[in-house]
Write a protein that binds this ligand. Structure first.
Ligand SMILES: [Zn+2]
Length: 167
């Protein structure tokens, strides 16, 4: 559901299976770690037992989303849960994700279209972007990239997220 409802943070789901500290749900808003973006955290509340479990990590393995529960799950198949995603953390990740796209765009404008994103790490407090370029960038170039990137932010453009063709 996280692709269809990127700004929703609360949902109901049914436990399909559990193993070790992991819980698999029939649907989820928890974004797994991927593309340099850390996993969401949050909680699962067991509706019948009035018990809340902490989701400390989320991983995708072969299309299956695994929710890692702090101190083991102790949760049974078929349980109905209310999921809550830590919104502040997710919004910080979203902002940093958008910021890395903006910085790459600005760098391409300043340095040339050979510039590509070589890697990225987004966090809650900061993000890092690695770009390809044939030499060290100068202070003047860095300032120009910064100026362009800040201008794009100030324009407050609407963000459209979509899957691009690989080519
Ligand atoms: Zn992206």
């Amino acid at each position: 559901m996280y692709y269809d409802e990127p700004s929703a943070f609360d949902f109901d789901a049914v436990v399909l299976d559990t193993f070790d500290d992991f819980v698999i749900l029939d649907k989820t808003l928890f974004f797994p770690e991927g593309g340099g973006q850390p996993a969401d955290t949050g909680s699962l509340r067991l509706k019948e037992e009035n018990k809340t479990l902490k989701v400390q990590d989320v991983q995708e393995v072969e299309g299956v989303i695994l929710h890692k529960i702090e101190n083991g799950s102790g949760i049974s198949k078929g349980s109905v849960v209310s999921g809550h995603v830590d919104a502040e953390r997710r919004i910080a990740h979203t902002r940093h994700h958008s910021a890395t796209h903006i910085v790459v765009c600005a760098a391409r404008n300043v340095l040339g279209s050979h510039v590509w994103q070589a890697g990225a790490q987004k966090g809650e407090k900061r993000a890092r972007i690695d770009i390809t370029h044939f030499k060290r960038i100068s202070d003047a170039e860095r300032k120009e990239i910064e100026l362009l990137a800040n201008r794009m932010v100030m324009e407050d453009k609407e963000i459209q997220a979509r899957f691009e063709d690989r080519e």
